[in-house]
Design a protein around this ligand. Structure first.
Ligand SMILES: [Zn+2]
Length: 266
């Protein structure tokens, strides 16, 4: 199917969404070729993906401070099989900052539910913690931020915690520089301690989203074209779509956008 570029706006719309490619002929004329069969099995005529849409928030219709919202959070989407995550523009919707922030408050509940479901905290698992670094860091931050509000005896304890850590780690050797007054040296120690790394990702570290998607793609089935499909992952994507509809209650979302809309891009 070819569209001539006299319908320039329409042509740009298809090109931007990778739904068409630009063709140039010998005479310098231009046309686009649609990369889908408008009447075939892929995107049906009247389908959401080829519908013209306005640049407004699907929640309230506003046109200020618009952001692209991933209906399935990026922390999950990034680990999905390519046939799902590539061109998943169906699940990419325009929201204004207000609607986005309001919905994120609700989305955190579903994410917390996923913590139990997949048995892994949102910050991932496999962190290595350094308790002594953490103690020294907390002490330094307390002294830097609010030493005037801390009783003297407590200030002394915090100072000892820092100095003990400093001596034990023998960091002082490299930090000493000539001409520093005692006060300057102490300030440097405080500053260095407040910036200490107190935890890092260990060799077995796993992201929350990665583990979730691994679990959701464990069960593989095949469709009638013998292509891989993942029923549990499909259900998870539809769950997020449903959650988005239930909690954001978008008043300006196309009626063609449905929970059952395509998940795979093949
Ligand atoms: Zn809005």
């Amino acid at each position: 199917m070819f569209l001539h570029t006299y319908d320039r706006k329409k042509a740009q719309w298809y090109l931007k969404r990778d739904l068409a490619k630009l063709l140039e002929n010998k005479n310098g004329g231009r046309a686009i070729q649609l990369l889908f069969d408008a009447k075939g099995n892929g995107h049906r005529e009247g389908d959401y993906m080829i519908e013209d849409r306005k640049n407004i928030c699907v929640g309230c219709g506003g046109d200020q401070q618009l952001t692209l919202h991933h209906v399935v959070p990026e922390m999950y989407r990034q680990w999905m099989p390519l046939v799902i995550k590539s061109k998943s523009s169906r699940d990419l919707l325009l929201l204004c900052k207000h609607c986005h922030d309001a919905y994120e408050q609700k989305a955190i509940q579903l994410k917390k539910d996923c913590v139990k479901r997949f048995g892994i905290p949102l910050e991932g698992e496999g962190w290595i913690y350094l308790p002594e670094h953490r103690r020294a860091k907390k002490a330094a931050n307390a002294l830097i931020r609010s030493s005037d509000k801390i009783p003297l005896h407590r200030q002394k304890e915090l100072t000892e915690t820092i100095l003990n850590f400093w001596q034990k780690e023998k960091i002082s050797e490299s930090e000493k520089s000539d001409g520093n007054t005692k006060e300057e040296a102490w300030k440097n120690i405080l500053q260095s301690c407040s910036e200490l790394v107190d935890h890092y990702k260990g060799p077995d570290f796993v992201e929350h989203g990665k583990k979730a998607i691994q679990i959701l793609t464990e069960r593989t089935e095949y469709n009638d074209k013998n292509q891989e499909i993942w029923p549990d992952l499909e259900a998870f994507i539809k769950e997020w779509r449903q959650h988005f509809l239930d909690y954001l209650q978008p008043k300006y979302l196309s009626e063609l956008w449905t929970i059952e809309g395509d998940i795979y891009t093949r």
